[in-house]
Write a protein that binds this ligand. Structure first.
Ligand SMILES: O=C(O)CCC(=O)C(=O)O
Ligand SMILES: [Fe+2]
Length: 362
């Protein structure tokens, strides 16, 4: 059985603490993943709980209801079982999951169809999105301090008042291995979510106790489960599992590969696949994800003006480390080094077009 990875758990209550910024940067360079304590983030346990309740309510709707908001080329809406293939080169069937993406709000309203069941909760979804943006700003300030650049460097480039962004709030539902929806699952070839890296700057992931499944690809090329409750974060200090944060391809690209955009996937945990195991009862997995993106027109070239990035580039040039030639994994990833300009929107469009099947024009 694979050993779970121990990732650092960081307290982000003071977003201008340079020492914390250094710890965060170290984790971003070494693992591309770290947790932040729920306490000190912008979320209360009640806000996280009610968002998961809403997600459950949505996925329990009849298929015909959900189909009314099927995902379109603008990346907003519902994608049903098997409709997304995150790792098209290796997957036989699409992911064993359903997802609902919310794009940006305009004048307090979502710019996409939502089912009547969610209409009374539009303001709650907006509020949760705002909290996500606030917590992302804390993380981006700390990463900027770690990189020894102005603390506002990233925050100003993610300011939604300056233009549209590709930010997405996503509800995810992975039926348990016992569910009829998983009956065709073959564990040597199928996955709940195929191996991929995320496309944006950073990603926030909220998980529920007792619903594991996320794995990351380690530097030794093995898959390591990521615990929902890591050691060092106990329910005494936090009343909801810490938020897992990972670096996306854009931030990796923008820092010339210094920050790692780590490949991850979602599986049915090994213990749940063994029906004789008494320790793990198969569970549906629900997760809530926030993909943080810069404003569409933000250019990711030239790289972030950090002395650490410059030093890493110099090390690569002299053959020291192989970090910058390929950013991202999964559909649409590839070498971006030779580009003289790459906006956030251009990058996202390139990745999305490779990972979904046919979608309706928005
Ligand atoms: O549900 C999860 O744990 C991870 C989801 C994920 O990696 C993604 O949607 O990009
Ligand atoms: Fe992901």
């Amino acid at each position: 059985m694979a050993t779970p990875i121990q990732l650092p758990v960081i307290d982000i209550s003071d977003p201008l603490n340079a020492a914390v910024g250094k710890d965060m940067l170290d984790a971003a360079i070494k693992y591309g993943f770290f947790y932040v304590h729920g306490k000190g983030s912008d979320f209360s346990a009640a806000e996280v709980d009610s968002t998961f309740e809403l997600s459950k309510k949505f996925f329990a709707l009849p298929k015909e209801e959900k189909e009314k908001c099927t995902i379109r080329t603008d990346n907003r809406g519902w994608s049903g079982m098997h409709s997304e293939i995150l790792d098209p080169e290796h997957q036989r069937t699409g992911d064993f999951k359903e997802a609902l993406n919310f794009g940006e709000f305009k004048d307090g309203k979502l710019q996409q169809p939502i089912p009547p069941a969610l209409e009374p909760h539009e303001a709650d979804i907006k509020h949760f999105t705002e909290l996500c943006n606030k917590t992302c700003a804390r993380v981006m300030r700390l990463l900027a301090l770690g990189l020894e650049i102005n603390s506002e460097f990233f925050v100003t480039r993610h300011d939604a008042s300056q233009g549209e962004t590709g930010c997405v709030l996503r509800f995810l539902y992975y039926p348990s291995i016992n569910s009829p929806a998983s009956s065709s699952y073959q564990h040597d070839i199928d996955v709940r979510a195929g191996a991929h890296s995320d496309y944006g700057t950073i990603t926030l992931l909220f998980q529920r106790p007792g619903q594991p499944g996320l794995e990351i690809l380690t530097s030794g090329d093995t898959w390591a489960p990521v615990p929902v409750w890591p050691e060092g974060a106990t329910s005494a200090k936090d009343d909801f599992p810490p938020i897992l944060i990972n670096i996306g391809d854009m931030l990796s690209f923008w820092t010339n590969g210094l920050l790692k955009s780590t490949i991850h996937r979602v599986v049915f945990p090994m213990a749940e696949r063994n029906p004789s195991s008494s320790s793990a009862k198969p569970q549906d997995r629900y997760s809530v994800v926030f993909f943080c993106h810069p404003v569409n027109e933000c250019n990711l070239v030239p790289p972030v003006p950090s002395p650490l990035v410059t030093a890493a580039v110099a090390a690569t040039a002299t053959g020291g480390t192989e970090s910058g030639n390929k950013v991202g994994f999964g559909g649409g990833a590839g070498s971006l080094r030779e580009r003289s300009s790459m906006t956030a929107k251009e990058y996202l469009d390139m990745r999305l077009s490779a990972t979904y099947g046919q979608r309706e024009e928005a």
